[in-house]
Design a protein around this ligand. Structure first.
Ligand SMILES: *Cc1c(COP(=O)(O)O)cnc(C)c1O
Length: 363
């Protein structure tokens, strides 16, 4: 059997007719960027999260860096972020000239809340909370710290659409929630797209002006902005998919519950979930001291896996200028050497998950 790590085609074919009708509708409308589909999607996604405002953008990275820009975070400022995140989280900070201050993750792959306070200085302006792999972070202590020190909270929800902490949706705790709709994300478009959600009217307004060359009225530019607009066709696709999102997440959950109950091998550590969080399973990430052997063993048997992420941001070539040497973030580094993401996608068959489980248990 051949099993890919992800199969976006399965999701497409499940809702093929709806996507194709939406595509034709937009193509025939004669209006392709920032129009009715975008307005409706923004309303529907704001409602889904429970926030007042949503602003559609061109990508998740744009959502991050534009959020920090609008919050006034700049060169000389520090932003706390977990060491083991996708590098886009860090670029969202450094594009603005600010400095990322890395905190080690906990056993759940999210920010270790007991290690935040020791990193706070008088330059600290914000905490970027990443709900990694789809699990809501431990938000109660994070919000307590942010309130005590007067820090902004920006949430990177690129992997956590719909995940909740104590019943409240990720992206709604802090000043701004940032989302990516890259095709492989749980709420993915058929191209690049992103968005922010917020209850702050001024932030929503400023970001919607910024995304369109800093103009509210055509050719009247108030500030130097960017082009980070979202296409009508992507917004239309996202509206179709948003209607089914809870079902899409539920199915991932079923697959992962099966993994959790049936995977049984001393050489692997299964993912854990905080008692107050829900996990929407963007990835099912196991750990193994023999990760590289396991990856090859699975590959030889037709099962493709991916490492999220093999090089932590502080060790990437791009961030050598930060001068954070190997060994300075041992837990983050250990994760990069031991994590492995198993195949996981909407439409995985029982036959496929049975095969994956059987093969891993024999490793
Ligand atoms: C995907 C991702 C991003 C970036 O989103 P893009 O839409 O690809 O720019 C940011 N942070 C995390 C954690 C991600 O997984």
């Amino acid at each position: 059997m051949k099993i890919m790590q992800n199969r976006l085609d399965r999701m497409f074919y499940s809702y093929q007719k709806e996507f194709e009708e939406k595509a034709l509708e937009v193509l025939r409308s004669g209006w392709y960027i920032l129009g009715d589909e975008v307005n409706e999607f923004e309303k529907e996604f704001a409602d889904y999260t429970g926030k007042k405002y949503c602003v559609g953008l061109a990508s998740g990275l744009d959502a991050l860096w534009i959020s920090f820009r609008i919050l006034g975070i700049k060169s000389g400022d520090e932003v706390i972020v977990q060491g083991n995140t996708y590098i886009a989280s860090v670029m969202g900070i450094t594009i603005n000239g600010a400095t990322p201050i890395f905190v080690e993750p906990d056993e759940y792959f999210n920010l270790d809340v007991s290690k935040i306070e020791e990193k706070i200085t008088d330059k600290t302006k914000a905490i970027l909370v990443v709900h990694l792999y789809g699990q809501a972070s431990n938000m109660k202590p994070i919000m307590d710290i942010a309130n005590r020190y007067g820090l902004h909270i920006v949430e990177d929800c690129a992997q956590s659409h719909g995940a909740r902490f104590a019943g409240q949706m990720t992206g709604t705790f802090g000043d701004i929630g940032c989302f990516s709709f890259y095709p492989s994300k749980n709420l993915g478009a058929f191209g690049d797209a992103g968005a922010i959600v917020t209850d702050n009217e001024k932030i929503a307004k400023d970001i919607s002006v910024f995304r369109n060359y800093g103009s509210e009225k055509r050719y009247h530019n108030k500030i130097v902005g960017a082009n980070s607009r979202i296409d009508e066709i992507q917004a239309g696709f996202l509206r179709v998919k948003l209607k089914h999102l809870d079902k899409l997440i539920k199915e991932r959950e079923n697959t992962c519950e099966k993994y959790l109950s049936k995977l049984n091998n001393d050489k692997i550590i299964l993912p854990q979930i905080y008692s107050d969080s829900t996990h929407t399973w963007h990835q099912f990430v196991i750990r193994s001291e023999e990760r590289d052997e396991l990856l090859k063993y699975l590959d030889d048997r037709g099962i493709k896996t991916i490492i999220h992420y093999p090089i932590p941001p502080h060790l990437s070539e791009a961030y050598q200028y930060l001068n954070i040497k190997k060994g300075m973030l041992p837990i983050t580094e250990k994760y990069s050497e031991t994590v492995l993401s198993l195949p996981l996608y909407y439409g995985m068959t029982n036959e496929e998950s049975d095969y994956i489980i059987k093969i891993i248990n024999k490793f």
